[in-house]
Design a protein around this ligand. Structure first.
Ligand SMILES: NC(=O)C1=CN([C@@H]2O[C@H](COP(=O)(O)OP(=O)(O)OC[C@H]3O[C@@H](n4cnc5c(N)ncnc54)[C@H](OP(=O)(O)O)[C@@H]3O)[C@@H](O)[C@H]2O)C=CC1
Ligand SMILES: CC(=O)N[C@@H](CCC(=O)OP(=O)(O)O)C(=O)O
Length: 344
């Protein structure tokens, strides 16, 4: 890799995930942001869309075609909703760009499963087998050669990072796992909708999509690969009146007698070379991870159950931060580049 900076574009630059991504890219020593998109035709300055970026990035958001994006940037981040990403990926790749997609479009291996959970036919299904799932803590060695990386979902990353070491080591049963997860409202994006209005969310705590959330098949797909046997989870998300942060409390059955200390040691060993995962003795909370690319984990054993707890920021480790880890790996840089808190 040369010292030259890599040109990058952000498609869907007016949303929350894009704001976090641009915050990291603006300070990244190896990235030069050269294009931002919106469907708007008034080409707003990025600082008018995201005031926190004022003075850090001097670009306008434009309504650009995939071909125009690929002319301006070597790597394109897609911060667009599912459906919108697969509409531009073929043209971007044909034009020579590499893509990190933050949406769900290329995460599931089976187009029939995608159609069932997203209520959309996949328009680029032939590409699914060559897409790499962008969770570096599990697939670090596969990401460098990829032209298209599918970033994980935010609840998905939280759950997979919590369970992968225990399933890989055979410490817990692969079935009967219960995931109780709570997310701040930014997880639902910036696009206004009734359910995310202040008066709906404030002073309220409610579950949604019980056993029916589209992250459930994604969690099961990735963890089944890790365990090398079918993994079955019951996933219940909750919306909490916070801007950001996810806490997952996960209950599993031990496969053999297990102490909390041994389980934590298994996590520590598994993540020994993963600087963004912190295995704690104490209990994780969202506040310690908000605005960071860390996922905090711990394990308890009680009443015959293994209880794994995981916290991360849905917009950073759950979206933009892992996208930058993937960018670093694709461009041959150390995975921590752009994250001074871990020496990058
Ligand atoms: N929020 C989170 O915590 C996480 C989000 N993700 C995923 O990241 C992606 C972005 O999420 P988020 O930032 O929250 O979403 P937002 O709703 O905040 O932003 C979406 C962006 O996409 C653009 N957009 C919307 N529809 C279309 C379309 N049909 N074609 C082209 N552009 C479109 C919007 O721009 P404009 O209206 O200006 O054109 C906006 O810039 C999504 O796929 C989401 O699922 C993944 C993990 C976590
Ligand atoms: C609080 C909230 O609404 N969260 C979102 C998940 C965000 C995310 O990661 O979604 P993608 O898989 O589309 O990337 C939800 O439950 O749909």
């Amino acid at each position: 890799m040369s010292d030259a900076r890599t040109t990058v574009a952000v498609h869907g630059a007016t949303g929350y995930a894009a704001r976090e991504l641009l915050t990291i890219l603006a300070r990244h020593p190896g990235a030069e942001v050269t294009a931002l998109t919106t469907r708007r035709d008034d080409a707003p300055h990025v600082a008018d869309v995201h005031p926190s970026l004022r003075g850090r990035l001097d670009l306008h958001c434009e309504n650009l075609s995939p071909q125009q994006l690929a002319e301006r940037a070597e790597i394109v981040f897609l911060c667009t909703p599912h459906g919108a990403s697969m509409a531009v990926v073929p043209a971007l790749l044909d034009a020579g760009a590499k893509v990190v997609d933050l949406s769900a479009d290329y995460r599931l291996n089976d187009p029939a499963v995608y159609a069932e959970w997203y209520k959309l036919d996949h328009v680029d299904a032939a590409r699914l087998p060559e897409t790499v799932y962008g969770l570096p803590e599990l697939l670090r060695t596969q990401i460098p050669g990829a032209r298209l990386v599918a970033n994980p979902g935010c609840y998905t990353s939280t759950t997979i990072l919590a369970l992968a070491p225990l399933l890989a080591g055979g410490y817990i049963e692969p079935t009967g796992i219960i995931v109780d997860a709570k997310s701040g409202t930014s997880g639902a994006g910036r696009n206004p909708k009734l359910g995310t209005l202040f008066c709906e969310v404030n002073e309220n705590l409610a579950a949604y999509a019980v056993g029916d959330h589209r992250h459930q098949p994604e969690i099961e797909q990735v963890l089944s690969d890790v365990a090398q046997k079918p993994v079955d989870v019951l996933f219940t998300p909750h919306l909490v009146p916070m801007d950001r942060g996810i806490l997952a409390t996960i209950y599993a059955t031990p496969a053999e007698p297990l102490t909390a200390e041994a389980a934590r040691e298994a996590l520590s060993m598994f993540y020994a070379n993963s600087p963004f995962v912190r295995v704690l003795d104490g209990l994780p909370g969202t506040k310690a991870t908000v605005g960071t690319n860390f996922c905090d984990l711990t394990v308890r054993v009680a009443k015959g159950k293994v209880v794994v707890l995981a916290a991360l920021d849905n917009l950073v480790k759950g979206a933009a931060g892992v996208a930058v880890q993937n960018f670093n790996l694709i461009t041959g840089r150390p995975e921590i580049t752009g994250f001074p808190e871990v020496g990058g």
